[in-house]
Design a protein around this ligand. Structure first.
Ligand code: ZN
Length: 441
């Protein structure tokens, strides 16, 4: 059956970033079949839905997250060693598959309410996270973490790889959920494990690999001292640099590293807010993109980035490049929107299916209300979206032709229960934090 969304302002994010002042989008099943200006020709048995002049834009694509870490949101915000003081002990003591599910449900509710339709996640118990994304109707890449530190869901690397294989089997052929390997970082896996992941990726074409890369100075020192080269070069030696790799952060690449990333077709997930809050500096997004490396926006985990929507990322991403360049010109608003949609889809290897509103693509669509006085007048729609819009302006979120949220009501998940369950888990965390603070000063 054909459904037509009409009376809409449309931002396509196709190759010309075409904008339609007043137009329509026709859908069949999970796909966009046509779009245009003005009034569409009537079609037999068609269902029409009036968008009331709201904006329709592609669903946003979050290229790097740790969804269950909603449960750690803002914890130890200004404490430099919070990872070792709080997070790792809490994860070891209290993070079970059930806790992961509770955190992921809150994260999925937040993502849908913020207009995110696809999210790339790396954490533990990813089979459970995939199930929650699937039940809520979202699209996701679920990455089994592999690391040499104690992980909540595996005791040895062999066990980690067994979980990864099971994950790949579980979601083989799934229309919306894609399994992925997620080696934590070069320094926390090492050359041997990275090589093993590279082999796994070669055996599983089409499945992405996600890894933190060139994120900290300590990582650069590890590469220099252990291998006598850059961390990007170590990753290349392992055979892991390729189009399947989604490299998160990439804060400190050398010029040679940037050329290598471009040559190998690596995509980068840029986490502006979490990088800024950690005092890490400004990632060379402008140089990466100029070299031809696709860069997608990302939230990082809510412990580091606080929120999972991409509206919160767009302003900082743009501002940081302008600060670094000493000018208004770097990273214009329309490029920021690309990095939240079509370019992010390319980072995940999904730009043939999602990231823009075009016939033949999946109907992953966000309906944004432009009613708020804060947004007007609009001389430049991209500027309004990047610097003035908020996640609460999202009125509806559709994935694969199905509204997951309309009039800010999510129909595929009990938002109230998701929040109540998360608050209950947080009570347990708070008790544990008090104990930690008693033993450490
Ligand atoms: Zn991360």
């Amino acid at each position: 059956m054909r459904r037509t969304l009409l009376n809409a302002r449309i931002l396509t994010m196709d190759t010309t970033c075409r904008e339609i002042e007043r137009g329509w989008i026709a859908l069949e099943d999970d796909q966009i079949v046509a779009l245009g200006e003005g009034e569409p020709e009537p079609v037999a048995d068609e269902v029409r839905q009036d968008m009331g002049g709201d904006l329709l834009m592609p669903g946003m694509v979050n290229t790097h997250a740790h969804l269950p870490m909603t449960l750690f949101r803002g914890l130890g915000e200004d404490v430099d060693d919070r990872l070792f003081r709080y997070i790792l002990p809490l994860e070891r003591a209290l993070v079970t598959a059930e806790v992961v599910e509770v955190g992921a449900r809150l994260a999925v509710a937040e993502s849908i309410r913020g207009g995110v339709t696809t999210v790339a996640d790396m954490y533990y118990f990813e089979d459970r996270i995939g199930a929650i994304l699937d039940a809520a109707g979202m699209r996701g890449v679920v990455g089994q973490t592999l690391a040499d530190f104690a992980a909540p869901d595996h005791d040895s690397m062999d066990e980690g790889f067994a979980r990864l294989d099971a994950l790949a089997d579980l979601y083989a052929g799934h229309p919306r959920i894609t399994a992925s390997a997620a080696p934590h970082a070069p320094y926390s896996t090492g050359l041997e494990v990275m090589s093993r992941v590279a082999q796994w990726a070669a055996d599983h074409p089409g499945l992405p690999v996600q890894m933190h890369l060139a994120e900290t100075h300590a990582e650069l020192d590890w590469a220099a001292n252990t291998h006598g080269c850059t961390t990007v070069e170590v990753t290349d030696r392992a055979g892991l640099l390729g189009p399947a790799l989604v490299a998160a952060h990439v804060m400190y690449p050398t010029e040679g590293d940037i050329a290598l990333l471009a040559e190998r077709g690596v995509g980068v997930a840029h986490n502006a807010r979490s990088n800024g809050k950690a005092g890490r500096g400004i990632a060379p997004v402008t140089a990466l993109r100029a070299a031809g490396v696709p860069v997608g926006l990302a939230s990082d985990g809510p412990m580091s980035g606080n929120t999972l929507d991409l509206f919160a990322q767009m302003g900082p991403a743009s501002m940081f490049q302008k600060i670094a360049g000493g000018s208004r010109k770097p990273l214009p608003c329309i490029d920021v929107l690309r990095m939240a949609t079509i370019e992010a889809a390319r980072v995940l290897g999904m730009d043939d299916r999602i990231g823009s509103l075009e016939p033949g693509k999946q109907a992953d669509i966000v309906r944004v209300s432009l009613d708020d006085p804060r947004l007007h007048p609009i001389y430049d729609l991209a500027s309004a979206l990047v610097f003035a819009a908020l996640p609460s302006d999202v009125r509806g979120t559709m994935v694969a032709g199905r509204w997951l949220m309309e009039d800010r009501e999510i129909s595929t998940l009990d938002t109230g229960k998701a929040l109540a369950d998360a608050l209950q888990v947080a009570e347990g965390f708070k008790a544990h934090i008090i104990e930690i603070d008693k033993t450490k000063t």
